[in-house]
Design a protein around this ligand. Sequence first.
Ligand SMILES: [Zn+2]
Ligand SMILES: [Zn+2]
Length: 198
Amino acid sequence: MSAILEPPPRLDELLARSVALHNHLCPRQILGARMGLLAGQALGMAVPRTDKKLMVLAETDGCFADGLSVATGCWLGRRTLRLVDHGKVAATFVEVRTGQAVRIAPHTDLRARVRAGRAEGVKRWDAYMDAYQTWEDQDLFTVMPIRLTLDLAAVISVNGKRAICDACGEEIINEREVRQEESVLCRDCAGQGYWQMK
Ligand SMILES: [Zn+2]
Ligand SMILES: [Zn+2]
């Protein structure tokens, strides 16, 4: 925590990376990138990271999640970002080693304040784009220290764990199998599926 942090990348650099993924820039990407940078400060961690010491729990997908990823270096593909789909433009950032965590969300009145403050003739979209890039962190977001109630170690699991479903024979990694009496089942075969055969 006491180590001197590298200065974080500039917001415009991050947004350029996000635009390269997306072919457009939009308010939610900006919010994601700003939250990711702020999380680095709040947790005393340099961002973006190339290791697995930071876990991001994104509360929605879409453009917002890509903003989070470019700022933090945490990606679904690296197993350092998870979707906890509550349909909110908010995220929790966890220092994996200590469990220290903060949840960052926009102030509930943020959009109303941006709209109310815009000059005559300025479109809402443009007002959001401008405010989200230029306003101070404290005017945009709440940062709440929290304690996770989900088992992060179980979410991360252990590299190399494999099981075979006794019913369908498919391989299951990351300890996502379900044990029922004598059998080892995948979630689909255990009745927790999300699809049916046609
Ligand atoms: Zn977008
Ligand atoms: Zn199965």
